[in-house]
Design a protein around this ligand. Sequence first.
Ligand SMILES: [Fe+2]
Length: 178
Amino acid sequence: MQSTKSKIESFPPPTQLATKTDLTPQEVKAITEAVNPLVADAFALYVKTKNFHWHLYGSHFRDYHELFDEQAESILESIDTMAERIRRVGGTTIRSISHIGQLQTIKDDNSSMVPAGDMVRILMEDNSHMAKMIRDAIEVCDENRDSATSNQLQDILDKTERRKWFLYEVMQGAKNAE
Ligand SMILES: [Fe+2]
């Protein structure tokens, strides 16, 4: 984690990046500050899901390996959509891995071994957390007259809940097999 001194400033953007909009600077700031952490979290969750896809072992290998890959793909797709919504309203977005580190609320997992059942539970909890964050950001966008970002986030929320649902049901299967 970097010191606050080197914190990357996202607002106000330089004039050349301040896309014209009828939204007020305060509205743009609120939207930017609500959506940028989601972009950072999507990056963090993408890497974590791929990490589990790569380091899986034991029973159900093929099923979990493929499920994690499919989920990583769906997370990756959401990143560009969210980042470009911020640019469309004149905010600036993620610039680097260290910027992601400053904003992410999804914890990295650097453990050398994670049992498959734990991977499923951890990803289920992370996707639940992500769903809550997205729901909160939708409220901020609605309060700040940005229905286009809200609409995009609703679709991303739906996909996040789909991932959560699959992981939750896989967890039930793991319990039944105990
Ligand atoms: Fe792969």
